[in-house]
Design a protein around this ligand. Structure first.
Ligand code: XMP
Length: 510
């Protein structure tokens, strides 16, 4: 399979570069610059390499540098921003820093006639984000773009097929940026676009059918997109040798447990063990009010329940996990690679021995996992499920968790979600839910005074959940949700809407 290497120098758009390339049906993988040598790159047979941007200056002693022999490896290269400056630096060009040459934001760039800019207008708006700039390109390079401030906004070495651009073609603010990446991948690297989702599905099924033949396989199913897709994919490969354990900790949303059970048991015919462990979790959580303690208890108990179920099944050879690419990408900006840990309940159980760990979605981004889920026939509401924290409603109930509070929150949350989906909004918030506070306030119902609890409605817009904006929901949606919650949910006398962004608040209340 043809593939492109994204050599990571710590830039913020690196995942985006890989996604853009993959959306052209060319497989792209990201490697930290210090985790792959020139020899390994040659051995892997990459059709092209992208040097990413990064936060450093090439003259900074701590800045990431790469083995200059890569430029003579006979593989086309595209350097972006820092990657562009690094190429200039490695080949003895002059990279300078001048306050009046830094550019940030949308910038008009004048482009020459060049393979990289095929089908792109001569004058193009590009996204810039740099303070250093290339003053003089290396001797073998020609300038192929400039701006008012930047004499060398792009350069190339025709003989070696090495290109550098100061701007970011991968961000949508660069007009025709996708066309430039397409030109690089197809015309310059000679890829033909053979990475197709259907092939991925067929090849995975085929591979795991052989690899797991006769082995007993187990998977912890949460009902989230990743574990659901992994379950259906592996089931297609091993059939009844797969057992899914669905630990219902009692902190799921309304009807969620039943949806998971019906989908996987009835629709797909997967061996599913649903463990109704609500009482067990609630008794462990009794009297606990501290958020991190709640998380810890739920995480530990989850693993314990899973282990108990697994041990009832006899010898299990293989554990399947729904890890996806953003969970495993290592950061290239430091010497010690940081692997993002699975931010979820039910990490790898330590006390059970499995011969093998299989992560069939390890190379995929979330949108690719969703595409595969759809192709495998998983219902829309599961494939497009909004993120839901592993500890579930436990982090949406302030204070101690009780069965009564869970039921109250489930009702209010279901009403809010229903009103949002009924409102037919074109773009749904990234995450939206209700929170049950332990605050009481005075109300009036009929002629009587009430003293009920307060529900908070929360809806946010975000790309990465690291930062988030509160969603500007239409007032009539909020009004309908509020009316219905105070009328239909016992014990609630007030509904408020959370208008705090992240930071300073977090998405969840606990
Ligand atoms: P915060 O509250 O940190 O949430 O702004 C960011 C995203 O992470 C989810 N989240 C969790 N997911 N276990 C999870 O699996 C957790 O303990 C947890 N806490 C927060 C949250 O729903 C949001 O999508």
């Amino acid at each position: 399979m043809e593939k492109i290497l994204i050599l990571d120098f710590g830039g913020q758009y690196n995942q985006l570069i890989a996604r853009r390339v993959r959306s052209e049906h060319v497989y792209a993988e990201i490697k930290p610059y210090n985790r792959i040598s020139v020899d390994e790159i040659k051995k892997e047979g990459y059709k092209g390499i992208v040097f990413t941007g990064g936060p450093h200056s090439v003259y900074d002693p701590a800045s990431p540098h790469y083995d200059p022999s890569i430029l003579n490896a006979g593989i086309p290269i595209l350097g972006i921003c820092y990657g562009d400056q690094l190429i200039a630096f490695m080949e003895n060009g002059i990279v300078s820093s001048a306050d009046n040459s830094s550019e940030y934001g949308k910038t008009t760039v004048n482009l020459s006639d060049n393979a990289l800019f095929r089908n792109v207008p001569e004058t193009n708006i590009c996204w810039m984000s740099h303070s250093d700039f290339i003053k003089t390109p290396p001797a073998s390079f020609k300038i192929i773009a400039y701006t008012d401030k930047c004499p060398c906004a792009a350069m190339y070495d025709e003989k070696r097929s090495i290109y550098g651009v100061q701007f970011h073609p991968e961000v949508t603010h660069t007009e025709h940026g996708t066309q430039m990446l397409r030109n690089f991948v197809f015309d310059i690297c000679g890829c033909c676009g053979d990475w197709k989702m259907d092939d991925f599905i067929d090849q995975s099924i085929d591979k795991y059918r052989k690899q797991l033949e006769g082995k007993k396989v187990i998977l912890a199913l949460s009902g989230g997109v990743d574990s659901s897709v992994a379950a259906v994919l592996i089931h297609k490969a091993v059939g009844d040798n797969l057992t899914c354990v669905f630990v219902d900790h009692g902190m799921l949303r309304k009807d969620e447990g039943n949806l998971v059970e019906q989908t996987f048991s009835s629709k797909f015919g997967i061996n599913l063990i649903r463990v109704n462990a609500e009482d067990r979790f609630l008794s462990k959580l009794a009297g606990v009010t501290e958020p991190e303690k709640k998380r810890k208890i739920i995480g530990e108990e989850f693993i314990r329940v899973f282990e108990e179920e697994a041990s009832k099944l006899g010898k299990i050879h293989v554990l399947v996990q729904g890890t996806i690419y953003p969970d495993v990408i290592e950061s290239g900006s430091g010497d010690s690679a940081v692997i993002k840990s699975h931010h979820n309940v039910g990490g790898l159980p330590e006390n059970i021995m499995f011969d093998e760990l299989i992560e069939p979605l390890r190379s995929l981004f979330k949108d690719e996992v969703r595409e595969i889920g759809t192709r495998l026939g998983i219902p829309h509401e599961l494939v497009w499920r909004q993120p839901f924290p592993g500890p579930g409603l436990a982090v949406r109930i302030i204070g101690e968790i009780t069965k009564e509070k869970l039921d109250t929150l489930r009702e209010a949350d279901a009403i809010f979600r229903e009103e949002i989906s009924k409102s037919g909004q074109e773009v749904l918030p990234s995450q939206y839910f209700a929170v049950l506070t332990d605050m009481r306030s005075v109300g009036v119902m009929g002629d009587a005074r009430t003293y009920g609890k307060t529900i908070v409605l929360r809806a946010v817009k975000t790309d990465d959940f690291m930062t988030a904006e509160w969603a500007r929901l239409p007032f009539d949606v909020l009004e309908r949700a509020s009316n219905r919650i105070t009328n239909e949910v016992k014990g609630i006398s007030r509904v408020v809407y959370d208008i705090t962004s992240k930071p300073p608040a977090t998405v969840e209340w606990e």
